[in-house]
Each structure stands twice: as structure tokens, then as C-alpha cells.
Ligand binder design. Structure first.
Ligand code: FAD
Ligand code: NAD
Length: 152
């Protein structure tokens, strides 16, 4: 099957946008991801899918913890930045929760310990056990057919 057909079809699934954050020896790393889902209520588990070539993969393998930061509609710029689509390098101020960096101004921060990981083709599925949740006011950034929007 053609890659473009697959991507176009997956792009029909409207999602929110997250930035995954982790830290190794105090060095923080962030990466934009929309492959995120809720998995289990008891225990409380979530899932993300990370490309095997992403720097984030090796970092989560080492840290064994990460946060999912659900972006607000004002954070399109952060989504592009943490996807490596902007050319500058910025000083980002993160907060910390359970020794895990979280991105301020997100509408929700989900702080996880790594519960399990599974290779899946050219990606790795990481299941996180939720340790803490921080919720803030705001509307989500959305992503559909490669275009950002928001829910009014
Ligand atoms: P890098 O390219 O190493 O880093 C990304 C950018 O963030 C760089 O500019 C880097 O300088 C900057 N940065 C990182 N940490 C810091 C810090 N502490 N301080 C300052 N700057 C920092 N890929 C997936 O694997 N799974 C997905 O679900 C997924 N969903 C996506 C959804 C959208 C809407 C988009 C636009 C992209 C998505 N991607 C996804 C692609 C992914 O975001 C990029 O391929 C990403 O660049 C690869 O991650 P990396 O860890 O190699 O990041
Ligand atoms: P796009 O049209 O390539 O993506 C549309 C949809 O296809 C995405 O929302 C995602 O569901 C899927 N997709 C895209 N690339 C994928 C990949 N390598 N593996 C698995 N699924 C993938 O482009 P876009 O929406 O404008 O995205 C911008 C960039 O971000 C592209 O380089 C894309 O590859 C990357 N991206 C990667 C993933 C991912 O790895 N899961 C998800 C979204 C976007």
C-alpha cells in the first residue's frame, strides 16, 4: 500500500495534540505526538506511540517515565516547535512533578511511570501508569488532515 494513502486515511481521524516530555539526568526533552490514547481505568494506563528514530525513544527507554501534556488551542507554536518544524532553539521553562518535567500552559499534564513497552513496526508503543494529573482551564488544540484547529 502507498504511504500517502495510509497517511491521508489516518489524517481523517481528528485528534488533540500532545507534547511528550521526559528527562535523563536532569536534561529535559520534548516531542510532539498525536498517537495517544486512554487504555485502562484499573490500573490507570495510557498509551503513546513513538517512532524508533525519534530521540524520545532512547530517552524514555533510559528514564522509564514520561508526561503527556495535552496542548491548548494557543499552543500551535509549541506543537510545531517540538515536532522540529521551527528552526530556532528556545529556552523552555518546564515545571516538575514526580521528577518528571511537565509543559506549563497545557490543558492537562498526565505524569506516568513506564508500565510496559512493545515494538510495533517502525514505532514503539509505550504504556504509562498514571501517577498524577494536573488539569487547567482552556480549550484543546486539534489536528485533522494535517491542519490545526480548535473547538469553540
Ligand atoms: P527532536 O527533533 O530531537 O526535538 C524536537 C524539537 O524540540 C527540536 O527542535 C528540539 O530542539 C526541541 N526540544 C526538545 N527538547 C527541548 C528542550 N528541553 N528545550 C528546548 N527545546 C527542546 N512522532 C511520533 O513518533 N509519534 C507521534 O504520535 C507523532 N505525532 C505527531 C503529531 C503532530 C501533529 C506532528 C506535527 C508531529 C508528530 N510526530 C510524531 C513527529 C515528531 O514530533 C517529530 O518527528 C519529532 O521531531 C521527533 O522527535 P525527536 O524526539 O527526535 O525530537
Ligand atoms: P501526514 O499527512 O503524513 O500525517 C497524517 C496522519 O498520518 C498523522 O496524523 C498520523 O496519524 C499518520 N502518520 C503520519 N506519519 C506517520 C508515521 N511515520 N507513522 C505512523 N503514522 C503516521 O503529515 P502531517 O499530519 O502533516 O504530519 C507532519 C509530520 O509529523 C510528518 O512528518 C509526519 O510523518 C509526522 N507525524 C508522525 C506521526 C507518528 O509517527 N505517529 C503522527 C503524526 C505526524
Amino acid at each position: 500500500m502507498d504511504d500517502r494513502l495510509f497517511r491521508n486515511a489516518m489524517g481523517k481521524f481528528a485528534t488533540g495534540v500532545t507534547v511528550i516530555t521526559t528527562a535523563v539526568n536532569g536534561d529535559v526533552h520534548g516531542m510532539t505526538a498525536n498517537a495517544f490514547m486512554s487504555v485502562s481505568l484499573n490500573p490507570k494506563l495510557i498509551l503513546i506511540s513513538i517512532g524508533n528514530r525519534a530521540n524520545m525513544k532512547n530517552l524514555i527507554d533510559q528514564s522509564k517515565k514520561f508526561a503527556v501534556n495535552i496542548l491548548a488551542k494557543e499552543q500551535k507554536d509549541a506543537s510545531q516547535y517540538f515536532a522540529g518544524q521551527l528552526n530556532d532553539r528556545r529556552e523552555i521553562e518546564f515545571r516538575w512533578n514526580n521528577d518528571i518535567p511537565i509543559l506549563p500552559n497545557s490543558i492537562t499534564n498526565i505524569v506516568c511511570d513506564l508500565y510496559a513497552s512493545y515494538p510495533a513496526g517502525d514505532h514503539t508503543l509505550y504504556i504509562g501508569e498514571v501517577k498524577d494529573i494536573v488539569m487547567n482551564e482552556g480549550k484543546p488544540l486539534t489536528f485533522y488532515e494535517g491542519t490545526y484547529a480548535s473547538i469553540s
